[in-house]
Design a protein around this ligand. Structure first.
Ligand SMILES: Cc1ncc(COP(=O)(O)O)c(C=O)c1O
Length: 414
């Protein structure tokens, strides 16, 4: 009744039929018609994801997202957030209270860390041995930081001596190291680096997006002040959340800022409140990614079930197996030094004269994804991720066989 009166008041008589239902005419129809494509089923093939991420998602993680939505401040959901915080602390091996998951991908982890830890004009030292150091330096410049780069050739790492010299020279407030450099397949060592940073008044920030759960990492033992990662690699969850943890010293640095963090969405203390990190009532900050948080809980539960140290050991063993299989198939590793190879992402030299893309496309036609190089390694290497459930010897054998066959076909064409 009220609706029909309202309609009569708002629409001319010609758009109302006698029964008061709205009749669509040219005048009141949307200009843009509904896209017909949306009436069709999308094409989502089941692929073997051996690129640098996302990786394949096991059924228990996929089905966790079918649970009904809860409100982002409902008690049942904040309990799940608390469980996730415990799981992240276990994953990073830390007791830090400011530990939570950002609504955003790995890049969001980098942005939250750099944006909160540093203020304009402060010295920021970046160890760059691939694309992720470059990205951190670029972010630092956008934030008007005093950025210094310790440049290391691709496929190598900064020695403790090189690192110490750079820290002493540039007197940074924060130093960035990417543990798992996914553009080259290098695992950067971390033992002793935090001690050098701390002795010189700096905090150590580590990117573990491509390494957590696949390479040894213990935040508290290593003395790492801030670590972030992402969900779509070893965790085998969908992309969309970035677990992060700040040490007490890092939290203190944020609390003593003279200027507010430029982003409200990425303000670590606001996020910490929403995630229940402090002894205070939670406030609405943003609408939490409810279903994604369910999936992260399921992913962390799977790691807790296997045991994080066992999970890392499995990646290490399977990486050795992978390198042997590659060698038997006639391929050469990109990272010469065995002790700095990233166990969950293997880089292989593209043989002379072979087009990496033709080979990768042949594999993709068989629903097997591998990736080419990134930035300076483009065209020179393939990057093959074996994250989480994909770190499996049967799967590795199949990938190597497919790579060998496709490369031989590509060579035959030359
Ligand atoms: C080491 C590293 N850091 C950061 C990122 C950025 O993560 P995302 O693509 O989830 O934003 C990636 C992505 O592959 C990565 O490998």
């Amino acid at each position: 009744m009220i609706f029909s009166r309202l309609c009569r008041a708002q629409f001319p008589a010609r758009v109302l039929s006698q029964s008061s239902t709205i009749v669509l005419t040219k005048a009141n129809m949307s200009t843009i018609p509904p896209p017909k494509i949306l009436t069709e089923q999308p094409n989502i093939p089941d692929k073997q994801l051996f690129g640098p991420g996302p990786s394949n998602m096991p059924d228990e993680i996929r089905s966790s997202m079918n649970a009904p939505l809860l409100g982002h401040l409902h008690g049942e959901f904040t309990k799940i957030m608390d469980d996730v915080r415990e799981g992240i602390k276990y994953l990073f091996q830390t007791n830090n209270r400011l530990t939570f998951a950002i609504s955003g991908t790995g890049h969001a982890g980098m942005e939250v860390a750099v944006m909160n830890l540093l203020e304009p004009g402060e010295s920021f030292l970046v160890v760059k041995n691939g694309i992720w150091g470059l990205r951190a330096a670029n972010l630092g410049k956008r934030l008007s930081l005093d950025v210094h780069v310790l440049e290391v050739p691709e496929g190598q790492v900064a020695t403790l001596d090189q690192f110490t010299a750079a820290v002493k020279e540039h007197k940074p407030k924060v130093v960035f190291i990417c543990q798992g450099e996914s553009s080259t397949g290098v695992a950067h060592p971390l033992e002793g680096y935090a001690d050098v940073a701390h002795a010189n008044g700096a905090l150590l920030l580590v990117d573990t997006v491509a390494s957590i759960g696949g390479a040894p990492f213990e935040q508290d033992k290593l003395g790492v002040d801030v670590v972030y990662t992402a969900t779509q690699k070893v965790l085998n969850a969908p992309p969309g959340l970035a677990p992060i943890s700040f040490s007490a010293k890092a939290e203190e640095k944020i609390r003593s800022r003279k200027t507010p963090v430029v982003s409200f969405y990425f303000d670590a203390l606001e996020l910490g409140n929403y995630w229940g990190c402090f002894d205070e009532p939670r406030r609405y900050h943003h609408t939490g990614m409810v279903s994604m948080v369910y999936s992260l809980r399921a992913a962390l539960a799977a790691i807790a079930k296997e045991g994080v140290e066992k999970e890392i050991a499995r990646h290490q063993e399977n990486a050795i197996f992978f390198y042997k299989e590659l060698q038997n198939a006639g391929f050469e590793p990109f990272v010469a030094n065995k002790s700095i190879r990233l166990p969950c992402l293997t880089t292989v030299k593209v043989p002379e004269g072979v087009d990496w893309k033709i080979v990768a496309d042949k594999l993709m036609a068989q629903k097997i994804e591998i990736a080419g190089g990134l930035g300076p390694t483009l065209g020179k290497i393939w990057r093959i991720g074996t994250f989480g459930v994909n770190s499996n010897q049967d799967k590795i054998k199949k990938v190597v066989a497919a790579l060998k066959e496709a490369t031989e076909q590509a060579k035959a064409k030359i």
